[in-house]
Design a binder for this molecule. Structure first.
Ligand SMILES: [Zn+2]
Ligand SMILES: [Zn+2]
Length: 378
């Protein structure tokens, strides 16, 4: 079978041919891969800044944002059948008995850092025609979401973040307006998304769906399909090239929630200064190591204490986040069918993976497909 692999030793990314994996345990499933999304993490791996092959291999099969069809099931598989669609989760638990996160199935909160991640760290990924995996890491996908389920994995970042914010909202009385139904828990509150990449845009869709008055702030200037998408979902786009953080804060009023999806420390610090009273700041971007920046920690500390602020970092996601991501994808499509269609920039054959990963993103999310004729369904 065909797969796309990165060779850190020779600094190459290329198509490889290898034998299709076979079921070796009764609770495994064989998957026929349909779509794989590519993202900034793949770019880091293919430019050798990140990523580790499995022990004993000199290459790593990349790909972690996937949707697949179950092709074969082991004798102990009970939830899945041949033909079912699934989105696999990415992180696998560490082996340490004392890691209470991994031992309770919450490896996204792993304490030791010795987890593996398929397509990223010490485990092969999904950019291959066939993959074998355990049933317990599979998230079932309703058939009508087949063409957009590849967005579920990147959406889980927002889902995990919003689940934690919702929990905090219930504990912070002013957020919890009287009579606000659960699904509209953000009603009357404002949210600011930093960044207009796929994580930012999916975050904005999640926040609008939760009832927040949502703003998106980034460098980009119109015309841009991303800015059009922000407008199409009923959020407001503001460019950092024409408006400062102070001006933005004056426009929004009290900023209740900031959802950071850029990974730029300077930008995030500037934003923290405009976080409102009782505000929650969620960091999801992972900055590369950058030069020292000027900061004003005394002022930040004063604000955080005197304004009851929360700073929350979040990474990866568990099964609840995958389930809510798949529910929300359906909800997004019912609400904004055209906008959701534009999220997927195009579908391309695996032969084009490396140039797409390393090149400038052409649209919003590029997808490598192993399913039938390339270029279709974009
Ligand atoms: Zn990704
Ligand atoms: Zn662990």
């Amino acid at each position: 079978m065909k797969a796309v692999a990165v060779f850190p030793g020779t600094r190459e990314t290329k198509i490889i041919e290898r034998e299709s994996p076979r079921l070796s345990e009764p609770d495994q499933v064989a998957l026929r891969i349909l779509d794989i999304g590519i993202c900034g993490t793949d770019k880091e791996i293919c430019s050798f800044a990140y990523g580790t092959p499995p022990p004993g291999d000199d290459y790593l099969i990349i790909g972690h944002e996937s949707v697949a069809e179950v092709a074969e099931v082991g004798s102990a598989v009970s939830r899945l059948r041949v033909g079912d669609l699934v989105v696999p989760s990415v992180r696998r638990p560490c082996p340490h008995p004392e890691c209470r996160a991994c031992r309770s199935g919450h490896q996204d909160y792993c304490y030791t850092g010795d987890f593996s991640e398929r397509g990223i760290k010490e485990a092969h990924g999904y950019m291959a025609e066939y993959v074998v995996d355990y049933e317990r890491y599979m998230n079932p996908v309703p058939p009508d979401l087949r063409d957009i389920a590849v967005l579920a994995e990147p959406l889980t970042i927002a889902e995990k973040a919003i689940a934690q914010v919702s929990w905090m909202m219930r504990q912070r009385p002013p957020w919890n307006g009287p009579g606000t139904p659960g699904e509209e828990r953000g009603k009357g509150l404002s949210a600011l998304v930093l960044g207009i990449g796929p994580v930012g845009l999916l975050g904005a869709m999640t926040l609008v769906t939760a009832g927040f008055t949502t703003y998106v702030y980034s460098r980009e200037r119109p015309p841009s399909p991303r800015i059009d998408l922000v407008a199409a979902i009923g959020a407001t786009y503001v460019s950092s090239q024409t408006e400062t953080f102070a001006g933005l804060a004056a426009q929004i009023g009290n900023i209740d929630l900031i959802y950071e999806a850029v990974g730029q420390s300077h930008f995030a610090m500037e934003a923290l200064r405009v976080l409102g009273t009782n505000g929650i700041f969620v960091l999801t971007g992972v900055p590369g190591l950058q030069a020292f920046i000027e900061a004003d920690p005394a002022r930040l500390m004063r604000d955080m204490v005197l304004k009851n602020q929360v700073l929350l970092g979040t990474v990866n996601a568990g099964p609840e986040a995958f389930a809510s991501a798949l529910r929300n994808l359906g909800a997004f499509r019912r609400r904004w069918p055209a906008a959701v269609q534009t999220l997927i920039a195009g579908r391309y054959p695996p032969e084009q993976a490396s140039e797409l990963i390393l090149g400038r993103p052409a649209g919003i999310k590029s997808v490598i497909t192993f399913d039938g004729s390339p270029g279709s369904g974009a």
